[in-house]
Structure formats: structure tokens, C-alpha cells
Design a protein around this ligand. Structure first.
Ligand code: SER
Length: 311
């Protein structure tokens, strides 16, 4: 596979979807606007919720973005696994009542296999348990054998975060090879180990989660997709972890130089610390740049916790 840098991949993705008539919009701030259900923007779709619900009219019904995101739910894993970061960039293509499952799946496949050239036999899709339509598209239209398509339940293949637009999803995993696996006989896409890396998620946004926990139908079905830029770079650069991809490695190198502590293979306790500092530096820099200040509550407290942990 050809090696692509982080900045190159970002540009390739946005240009690909521009060629499919999407409007490329800039990343929104990490601070949510008019959304009390979130402390921080955590996905490409979060700042676009009003377009999914129909509350606001989007500038175009097809949009593509590279969104700055913060997720601290997996904070204990940061530095220890190859794929977790509190800060990451999410590339996405979105349809607000325009195209639906067929186009979304075909375009993801085209981008992965033709644009960036990932061998098809390294990719495994998953669908929501009873989503026979997505299963059929993967199997009959894309040509993935049935036994390579996984059906998972609500925990894995239903996207919802905070309130508002949500729905069943279909993910794409990249098989990094047996040497990255846990060796368990039931290791497969979705396993907690580092072998199968989830690189793309398509959400078929059909419902809205209400405050009482119920789901209502949205006025029109939408598409919300997310591709983790750092994870894709990891695949394309054939690195062991997101901390080894070009842009992040430069920051890690800076931490090594300033601290005078050597970095080995990512396994030693000092390596884990260097990775945690690298990740948290990225998160705190972007949070402060978006106007967040350390404090005792809300998003300011998240920032304070990150600074403290890194320190
Ligand atoms: N919202 C979905 C995710 O973040 C797809 O963009 O994974």
C-alpha cells in the first residue's frame, strides 16, 4: 500500500466527497453550540444535529467535514492501546434527507479500496442485528461473502450520544494481521484487542432520542459517517499505533526531547507516560485554542483533569 501522511489523507477524503457533490465545511469549535446534552464535540455529526432534525436548513444536503473531537470515555486506555486518543480528527460525509445506505456504503468502499488502495480482503463490515438492507448491500452489491459480514447488537452497532439524531450503523474494520491479535479463538471484528481496527462508521440516522429515553422518527432519513483520521493514517503508514503516525510522532518526539526520557517500543511504563502526555497535549492545545479555560466544572474541569494527568 502507498504511504499517505495525515494531512494528505485529510485532503484526499474531503476532495473525494467534493467530487460526489458534497460541500466541504470547516471543523466546528470543540465547544457545542445550543446543545446542553454534550460538554464537548465528540463526533463529526454533533455540531450538525440541527440539520439532521430539520430544525435548521443546511447550506447543502450533502456535506463533508474534518471535525476536531474530544472523547474522554476511554481515558484509562490512552497510551496503553494502539488506537485510543482523547483528541482525534473525524472525517465524515453527511446526507440530510438526500442519499441513504446504498450510496454511503458504495462510496466508503470506493474510497478505501480505490482511492487509498486498501486490499479488499483486509476489510470486514458489520451491520446492526436486523438490518437486512445493509447486509444485502454489502453482500450482493459490494460482493463481500456472507461469512465476512458481522451482525452486532445495540451496544456495538447503534449510534447514539446525548439526545437527538441516532440510528443503526454499519462499521468497517481493517484486519491488521494475526500478530496484532489476542490469540483467542473467538477474536474477530469488534474484539477489544488491537487486531481489527474500526476505521469507518456509517450511521443510518433515522430516529431522535428524546429526553424521556424514547425514540421518535426523524422527518427524513440521513447519513452520518465517521472515519478516524489518525487510525486511517496508522493503517496507511503501517505503524503499530496512532502515536507512530507522522504528525503525532513529531509531538511525541518533542516530549522525548523536553523530558530527556527515551522512548522504546511503546510497551514500557515510561513509554505509556510519554504517549499519555502526547495525547493530552494535543487535546489541551485544541481545547484552549477554542476558548476553554481550566476550571472546577463542566468542560473546564475536563481540561483541568487532562492537564493534571499529563503533569
Ligand atoms: N457518529 C458516528 C461516529 O462518531 C459516525 O460519524 O462514529
Amino acid at each position: 500500500m502507498q504511504k499517505y501522511g495525515v494531512n494528505e489523507l485529510r485532503r484526499m477524503f474531503l476532495e473525494f466527497f467534493e467530487s460526489k457533490e458534497h460541500l466541504a465545511m470547516k471543523s466546528f469549535s470543540l465547544v457545542p453550540h445550543n446543545d446542553n446534552s454534550l460538554l464537548l464535540i465528540n463526533s463529526g455529526m454533533a455540531p450538525l444535529k440541527p440539520y439532521f432534525t430539520g430544525q435548521e436548513i443546511p447550506p447543502r444536503r450533502r456535506v463533508t467535514t474534518c471535525q476536531k473531537c474530544i472523547r474522554t470515555g476511554d481515558i484509562e486506555n490512552i497510551g496503553k492501546t494502539a488506537r485510543h486518543g482523547t483528541f482525534f480528527e473525524m472525517l465524515g460525509n453527511f446526507s440530510f434527507g438526500d442519499y441513504f445506505k446504498t450510496e454511503a456504503i458504495h462510496w466508503a468502499w470506493e474510497f478505501l479500496t480505490e482511492c487509498v488502495g486498501i486490499p479488499a480482503d483486509r476489510l470486514y463490515p458489520s451491520v446492526y442485528l436486523d438490518d437486512d438492507e445493509a447486509f444485502r448491500i454489502w453482500n450482493e452489491e459490494i460482493g463481500i461473502p456472507k461469512e465476512r459480514i458481522y451482525r452486532f447488537g445495540k451496544e456495538d452497532n447503534f449510534w447514539e450520544i446525548g439526545l437527538g439524531p441516532c440510528g443503526p450503523d454499519s462499521e468497517i474494520f481493517y484486519d491488521r494481521g494475526e500478530e496484532f491479535g489476542c490469540g483467542k479463538p473467538d477474536c474477530k471484528p469488534g474484539c477489544d484487542c488491537d487486531r481489527f481496527l474500526e476505521i469507518w462508521n456509517h450511521v443510518f440516522t433515522q430516529f431522535s432520542k428524546e429526553e424521556d429515553g424514547s425514540y421518535s422518527n426523524l422527518a427524513h432519513p440521513n447519513i452520518d459517517t465517521g472515519m478516524g483520521l489518525e487510525r486511517m493514517a496508522c493503517v496507511m503508514q503501517d505503524t503499530d499505533s496512532i502515536f507512530d503516525v507522522d504528525t503525532i510522532r513529531y509531538i511525541l518526539q518533542g516530549v522525548v526531547e523536553k523530558s530527556g526520557v527515551e522512548y522504546y517500543d511503546g510497551e514500557k511504563p515510561t513509554d505509556v507516560s510519554i504517549r499519555i502526555i502526547t495525547d493530552h497535549l494535543r487535546a489541551m492545545t485544541f481545547m484552549i485554542a477554542d476558548g476553554i479555560m481550566p476550571s472546577n466544572e463542566g468542560r473546564g474541569y475536563v481540561l483541568r483533569r487532562l492537564i493534571r494527568r499529563a503533569a
